[in-house]
Design a protein around this ligand. Structure first.
Ligand code: C5P
Length: 230
């Protein structure tokens, strides 16, 4: 089976402080968006893509989309709203509840081919679905309101949630609708699925699948891409 891909790319990248959204900054002469889509396409050449873009986006160029079957979907106010719009577009295409959907942040251009293949192999056969994740290396502190350490979290068993995250269309729609109705803050698909009482699989992935968020991340992503290419 070939998955549906949802790529939320409707953020404005405020934390980057750049003159354009971070997906349109360039790495080695290509936009972040083009890098990300080309990695996904290499792993899933037959996949059907929903690309979430701001309705007023004037940086996007369709020449950066290597997929033959793709559609542009309007982004929403938050990432979760963009993903919900994409899921409704997938339903409108006639997909059923069992269709597999992989959601991947446009801001993660360094995602590795073997990680994509492994995630897909796991979620394809898993009744709940799952996500790429990496074990936390640093000791984690919880703050108090005054900027001091309230306590140290137990590091063992803590993971960074990465993307892609893969779930059945039906599960994901139910999870996101319920999170919306209950006003639960959702920063990834898995947390909405967890709120249904389900336990997504953690699929160990490479730590260099970073999300470009702050200015220093762009140079780091460029170095990771160059090292992976050599
Ligand atoms: O802001 P952050 O980096 O956490 O955004 C994660 C992803 O969600 C990015 O790929 C961004 O473009 C996307 N996004 C979106 N719609 C929004 C906000 C963010 O598609 N309203």
């Amino acid at each position: 089976p070939t998955p549906w891909l949802v790529v939320p790319a409707a953020g404005c990248g405020r934390r980057m402080g750049a003159d354009r959204p971070k997906q349109y900054l360039t790495l080695g002469g290509q936009t972040v968006l083009a890098h990300t889509l080309s990695r996904l396409h290499a792993a899933f050449p037959e996949a059907r893509l929903c690309l979430c873009l701001d309705a007023e986006d004037d940086h996007f160029d369709p020449a950066w989309v290597p997929f033959s079957d793709w559609r542009r979907v309007d982004g929403g106010a938050e990432r979760v709203d963009s993903v919900v719009n994409a899921l409704e577009a997938i339903v409108a295409e006639g997909a059923d509840d069992q269709a597999l959907v992989l959601v991947h942040d446009v801001a993660r251009p360094c995602v590795d081919a073997s990680d994509l293949a492994r995630l897909f192999a796991v979620v394809r056969d898993d009744p709940v679905g799952g996500l790429l994740a990496a074990p936390v290396a640093d000791t984690m502190k919880r703050d108090d309101a005054a900027g001091r350490v309230a306590h140290t979290e137990e590091r063992a068993g803590l993971w960074h949630a990465l993307t892609p995250q893969g779930f059945r269309l039906g599960v994901l729609r139910r999870a996101l609708a319920r999170a919306h109705a209950e006003g639960v803050a959702v920063t990834d698909e898995a947390s909405a699925v967890e709120a249904l009482g389900l336990s997504p699989r953690l699929v160990p992935g490479r730590r260099d699948n970073l999300k470009i968020t702050h200015p220093e991340d762009l140079a780091l992503a460029g170095q990771i891409l160059a090292a992976q290419a050599s």
